[in-house]
Ligand binder design. Structure first.
Ligand code: GLN
Length: 204
């Protein structure tokens, strides 16, 4: 079954996501302008720098078209900076002066939540939809989910209970980077949520 997954390609590690999609036999498309969303069955927002990605979303007039995609029920997955951009709110002291958010996922995010000692680390996590074996999770200047809305499901937690993967219907967010390991299960699972899309009639 052919399934086209868009990968937001304004900044960050979009090439790694596209590489994993190729490895699992799913067609990926770089998304830089609204027309690139035409016909995509789902969208991945990569890791990178969330302030930059948010500002570029505004500049390239992608905010409303991505919200329309969500409204149409298409799965959207944000990794790390992508999770931040998807969120409803960022903890004030970690939010940049102008940090545009899509505001789709009902969570409050704390950016750069791990001190300089643990800016980057890896650990093995139980991720709800994947089960065993545990998933190797790579955290790079990662955020955490500080407040989880009532309709948001936590898919993975750190050993201290901190939520690091969430789902709200077709919206998925991970504070870590499955695209940086050889474990392809998270991408496979995300793509299984995305059914081939009829082209969006309108982005209004
Ligand atoms: N620290 C980055 C931010 O707040 C996210 C880091 C990442 O995506 N690996 O935007």
């Amino acid at each position: 079954m052919s399934r086209l997954i868009g990968v937001l390609a304004l900044q960050g590690d979009f090439a790694e996501h596209l590489h994993v999609l190729r490895r699992i036999g799913v067609e990926g498309r770089e998304v830089r302008r609204p027309a690139d969303l035409e016909g995509v069955a789902g969208l991945i927002i990569p890791g990178g720098e969330s302030t930059t990605i948010g500002r570029l979303l505004e500049r390239f007039e992608l905010v409303e078209p991505i919200r329309a995609l969500a409204q149409a029920g298409r799965p959207i997955w944000g990794t790390c900076a992508g999770l931040i951009v998807l969120a409803r709110e960022v903890v004030a002291e970690t939010r940049a002066r102008h940090q545009p958010l899509l505001g789709l996922l009902d969570v409050v995010i704390r950016r750069n939540a791990f001190g300089s000692q643990r800016e980057s680390f890896e650990c093995d996590l139980l991720v709800e939809p994947l089960g065993l074996p545990l998933l190797r999770a790579v955290f790079i200047r990662a955020p955490v989910v500080e407040v989880v809305g009532p309709t948001v499901e936590v898919l993975a937690r750190l050993p201290d209970g901190t939520p690091v993967a969430v789902r709200q219907g077709p919206l998925i967010g991970t504070a870590f980077h499955p695209e940086l390991t050889d474990d392809l299960r998270f991408h496979r699972w995300f793509c299984s949520l995305a059914t081939p899309a009829a082209s969006l009639q309108s982005t209004a």
